[in-house]
Every structure is written in C-alpha cells, then in structure tokens.
Design a protein around this ligand. Sequence first.
Ligand SMILES: *Cc1c(COP(=O)(O)O)cnc(C)c1O
Length: 397
Amino acid sequence: MGKSLKKPSRSQTERWNSSIQSTYGTPSISLVRGKGIEVWDVDGKKYLDLLGGIATNLLGHSHPKVSAAIAKQAKELSHVSNFYSHPQVLDLAERLVKMSGDSSARVFFCNSGAEANEAALKLSRLTGRKRVVAALGAFHGRTMGALSLTGQPSKRDPFKPLIPKVVHVPYGDVKALHRKVNGRTAMLIIEPIMGEAGVVLPPPGYLKAAREICDRTGALLVIDCVQTGMGRTGNWFGFEHEGIKPDAITLAKGLGGGLPLGAMIAIGHSAQLFTAGSHGTTFGGNPIACAAANVVISEIERSSYLSLNATKGALLRNLLSPIEGVIGCRGRGLLIGIQVKDGKAKEITSKLATAGYLVNATSEDVIRIAPAFIITERQIIKFAGAFAEICEEVYDG
Ligand SMILES: *Cc1c(COP(=O)(O)O)cnc(C)c1O
C-alpha cells in the first residue's frame, strides 16, 4: 500500500454535499482501494463486497490480469474515433457474435446499459413500426428513451412526456403479452430476471412464449441482459436456459469488468437495420474498455466460471434460505434476492455494512447480492454466518 492519505479537514459527506448533485443521496462510505472481493474505506476499514459495483466487477477489484490489460492498452492506444478500427474492438465483437451462437449477429458498442437500450429502441423504429411493449417494474435505464421503457412510475412520472406508444404489461404474464403484442408492435423488451425490481424471476416458459408471440407478430424480441449477462446466471446470457434466440441482446454492467462499456447485439434480420449514419457514439468500443472486456471473457472461460457461478449461487441460496427472518431466497447463479420479514431490508443492509459486508436493499423487503465471480466458498460461508447473526439481532432483539 502507498503512503496513507492525509485526511481532509472537511468530512467526505460535507465535500459530497457541497459539490455533487443529490441524485444518489449522500453515501456514508467512501472507498479508496479494492482487491479481489474486498474493499477498504478512507479509515482503513475492510468490507467484503457482495454487490460488485452492482453486478459489474465480474472478476472483483484490481484483478491483476484486468489491471495489466488496461495499463498495457493505455500505453499503446487509449482512444480512437469510430472512423478507425482497432484489434481490441474486433476481438470483442467476434467473441460476442460467437457467444450469441449466430454468425449473423452484429454488435453496436456504447458505454452503458441505458445507451444499449436506446440503441435497441432506435433499431426497432427502423422496422417501420412504433409501438413498444415492456414490463411493469422493469428497469432499462434513465435516459429519456430508456426511461420510456423502464416500467417504474416513480422514476418516470417526473419526466413525462416520454416516448409515446410504449405500454407496460405485468411481468411474467403470457396472456398480457398475447393481448398487447401485435402486428403493429416494433419491439418487446424484457429482462430475463428483473434485477433492479428485486431479482424477480418470471415463470418458466415465459421467454419462450415471448419468442413465439414475437415470431407470430413480427415484433422484435429484445432481451435486456445488462444485469443478467456475461455469465452471472450460469450462462453467458440470462435467457439461455429457455433455449431462445432474441432479435437483439443488450449488455453493459459486467461487460467491461468495471470499465464503462455497453453493447447491443442484433441478430438475423435486425442486424441489418442500422446502416451507415443511423446511430453512433464517440466512446463506443473504446480500446481500453474493450481490452478489459476481452481479458474478463478469457478469464471467465479459463476458470469455468459459468458452471461455478451456478454452484456458488445454489450454495448461497441454501445457506441464506433457512435463516430466521428470511422468507425466501431467489435468483439464478450469482444474482440473488433475499426476501426478509417485516420490511427490515434497509436495517439489515446498514447493520451488514457496519459489520463489514456490502449488499444493497432494492426495497423495504429485498436485499440484493451480485458478487464477483471470484468469490470463494469460504467467503460465502463467512457472509452467510454474518447474515444469520444480524438477523438474530434484528428479529430476536
Ligand atoms: C443497470 C441496468 C440498466 C441501465 O444501465 P446503466 O449503465 O446504468 O445505464 C439497464 N437495464 C438493466 C437490466 C439494468 O440492470
């Protein structure tokens, strides 16, 4: 570790409040260093990070191979415009095409999940249709286009009017899809698991039914894998267990392993809708972000994380489910929602932070964890032990 930083005279909280807009509220923890799944705050306190930058730091913090790839790329070529090609963007695009299982797939790179979904929304307009169907409770991002797809009134209402002709249907309800998706629908967008909504899983067969309805009506099926992609659920993409092929897949969060990177992968006919000049972004496919993504993918393959994530997820759910106060533990692989009694999610989350564990309450009764793939069985057992202790305190105290 380097020299310890001299503490500023004003608190982190004061500095935050006097310089940063209050979109996130004021954080009570200020982090300065990370290694593996551990992070340290300004006072040197250590935490086990079970949230992973919200499903983003797939290989944890400061992974030696990722750090080395970023440093190497930064020295060689850190940015070029999309007027030019470079090896990192080509490697990554080819890998994503291969992952999609369809050589007709073509990738558009951007910088975030919202942008990936914006790209999908614009793509859908080129079908000549304008209507969109999305799910109630779904989260697709905060920019005006992505927000129009997001199905959460509290996030949407202050910013109306949004993009017209978007309807939201109850998630997991096949009949509602039958009612609302028709020959005038440009696209149906769904998350394989609703992450921000509290790790909500649809009934089995939902994605397959969505595929059939889109096939019948000609609507594009866009699957938002921003949170469920890149191996987290035990497959590269969160929909694979249903054996379907979407018309477009959106990715971000884990894709860059901690660097800002998003992608919209269009497959088949939809891969030909964008033409030169249709869409673009300056930083999309940035060499450093792509270099990070390439090494993250290699490492996931080399370490067999896809199957390991399924096993580790099952272990976490098995250890957490029987804990007093836990009503249920749901998820797939390393995306897990722990439902707790009596609206105590925020209290438990804050007590876990004090005890040195970072998790996130998505609501009054759900705690989400989305740890890095490198989490060990020992760390899982340690976390479950701490969780049980805190629940005992909260529910018996
Ligand atoms: C986080 C998230 C987004 C938005 O991603 P940003 O990078 O924050 O714009 C979109 N869709 C899903 C499913 C997400 O979890």
